[in-house]
Design a protein around this ligand. Structure first.
Ligand code: ADP
Length: 541
């Protein structure tokens, strides 16, 4: 017997329709690339997205075409997402922080037909556009007055858009059709194309708005600092309009002062970003003695959230930190660390210990940890192994079929992360499979050691890598950037770590450096660091 309910397709266009109809006046506030603060609302975003879809159709764009964006978080970028997917095409966010060669490779792999680019990124496009034969049109996200001199054949967005009106109906689609595309930034290999469907985006938004996740409602004033080009913009372009939350978009400025100005001036209640952004904000607040009177919750993920960040937010500024884990391939929310009845009473060290963990899965994500032979490991909060996930917003394959070995027949996706899960289902990442140190057949977690090292007041940043050892195969080397004006010694730092980890986990040596290399998404580039220290001889070797 079949259920007798409607087959209401889960389409992303329905989200902006809902927002326009039921929360039409709710503001979308942006720091524009040109400079001034710009204000619009969901009603107007939808109208202009319809216009954009119609204009794309005039351009010959249709179902399944890949349309790139290389843009900061602004209202125009939001219009592009909805206009592109509304004509049945696929928004493809490009990460401008990648090397130009990588961007060209990605655009060719995706066969991007057009690109909407911010003013800031014209130099990148000048360098790569001639190498992307599929690219037929470059639209610069500005008006004619701000269009700069360029060697490229470009058109100003506002002029281009004005050639169509909004008399358009969203193209009929299947909920399983592709809506968007985002490449993994290739921290551990060549970039791979992740393709989101309308359905996965909608189901992911239902997950994201829950109290045990981002806790969004029409009362929220949400500022996604995480760029739309990082891992599907953490889904916020859909979850905010889904509930009618006010959106505050920071545009190109993500320094501490600019972020603080919007958080305070726009009375932001919710925000989300990677740890490096928050470190800059906290440094700014410390310098200026500022406060965050309206901010209630921040979701921090993309890399392990340092304890100092959590402590500063919670104790000094009264902001709840939700540590989250996810990937481009998981849309991206995978786990979130929110209070549970068993843990809600925690304070002080106990609370911050818990918040070092990446948290629990919401409904819609299944998770397990296995050994190399795919045997499930016990949920004891200690035994770590390969982290695997599955769910309706988790990838089933990559564009073009590369990397198929990450997906098994039962739908489990091998994340490439190493983690353990405890009896409450709380997961903690201990490493990336490629970074874990194998010492005498046992694994040493580099993230645990790094978290401990940055707990020293003189350590600005720390990374741990495995260095070849004749007896143990690999032993940990701690690489440290000292905080400006300090000169903590190797011995003092080793003493600081002693007793906090098992003896055999202790780094065999410490190297002090001026700078640790980072990827385009602000993560420590372990591969580059390993190359840098490839010939390093440990004193114990
Ligand atoms: P890339 O893999 O190219 O860096 P992603 O943004 O998809 O791009 O990165 C996902 C990875 O980031 C995860 O597999 C994990 O290794 C890491 N990560 C994400 N969130 C966390 C977190 N809270 N703690 C530790 N690592 C994290």
């Amino acid at each position: 017997m079949l259920g007798l309910m409607q087959d209401w397709p889960l389409l992303c266009t329905k989200v902006i329709d809902h927002a326009a109809e039921n929360h039409g006046g709710r503001e979308v506030v942006s720091r524009s690339v040109e400079g001034p603060i710009h204000r619009t609302n969901y009603r107007t975003v939808r109208t202009r997205a319809l216009q954009l879809a119609k204009r794309l159709e005039m351009e010959g764009v249709g179902r399944g075409d890949r349309i790139a964006t290389m843009a900061w978080n602004t209202w125009r970028h939001l219009e592009c997402w909805y206009g592109i997917l509304g004509v049945g095409a696929v928004y493809h966010t490009l990460n401008p922080r990648l090397f130009p060669d990588q961007i060209a490779w990605i655009m060719n792999d995706a066969q991007d037909r057009m690109v909407f680019a911010d003013l800031t990124f014209l130099p990148i496009l000048e360098a790569i556009a001639p190498r992307v034969p599929s690219l037929k049109r470059i639209v610069v996200l500005t008006d004619a007055a701000h269009l700069p001199q360029t060697t490229l054949d470009v058109v100003a967005y506002e002029d281009w858009l004005a050639e169509a009106d909004e008399d358009f109906r969203w193209v009929a689609m299947d909920e399983r059709d592709a809506a968007g595309m985002c490449y993994t930034s290739g921290t551990t290999g060549s970039p791979k194309g992740v393709v989101y469907s309308h359905r996965s985006n909608i189901l992911h938004s239902f997950i994201a708005i829950q109290p045990d996740a981002m806790n969004l409602s029409s009362m929220s004033r949400a500022m996604p600092v995480v760029p739309l080009f990082h891992a599907n913009g953490w889904g916020i372009a859909f979850s905010c309009p889904m509930v009618g939350a006010t959106m505050i978009l920071p545009g190109p400025k993500m320094d501490g002062a600019s972020i603080c100005e919007l958080l305070v001036g726009e009375r932001v209640t919710f925000s989300a970003a990677v740890p490096t952004v928050w470190l800059m904000l906290l440094q700014h607040l410390e310098k200026t003695g500022g406060a965050l009177p309206d901010l209630g919750r921040v979701v921090i993920g993309g890399a392990a959230c340092p304890r100092v960040v959590t402590e500063a937010f919670e104790t000094r500024y009264g902001v709840e930190v939700v540590h989250a884990w996810g990937m481009t391939e998981t849309s991206p929310l995978g786990t979130l660390n929110t209070a549970k009845p068993e843990t809600g009473h925690q304070t002080g060290a106990e609370l911050f210990d818990r918040k070092q963990k990446q948290g629990q899965v919401p409904f819609g994500v299944e998770m397990k940890v296995t050994d190399d032979e795919n045997r499930e490991l016990p949920r004891d909060g200690r035994t770590f192994g390969r982290l695997k996930v599955r769910g309706p917003a988790v990838s089933s394959a990559y564009h073009g079929g590369s990397g198929q070995e990450a997906f098994d027949a039962e739908g489990w996706f091998d994340t490439g992360d190493v983690a353990h899960i405890d009896a409450n289902g709380t997961m903690q990442i201990t490493d990336r499979a490629k970074d874990v140190i194998k010492s005498g057949g046992e694994w040493i977690s580099t993230i645990d050691l790094e978290n401990l090292a940055v707990g020293h007041p003189d350590v600005q940043e720390a990374a741990v890598i495995g260095v070849a050892h004749p007896k143990w195969d690999e032993r940990p080397l701690l690489v440290v950037v000292r905080r400006e004006g300090t000169d903590v010694s190797r011995e003092a730092l080793l003493e600081f770590l002693a007793g906090k980890v098992a003896k055999w986990w202790m780094p065999d040596d410490i190297a002090f450096v001026e700078e640790i290399p980072h990827t385009a998404t602000g993560k420590i580039q372990k591969m580059a660091l390993r190359q840098q220290f490839a010939d390093y001889r440990l004193p114990t070797a």
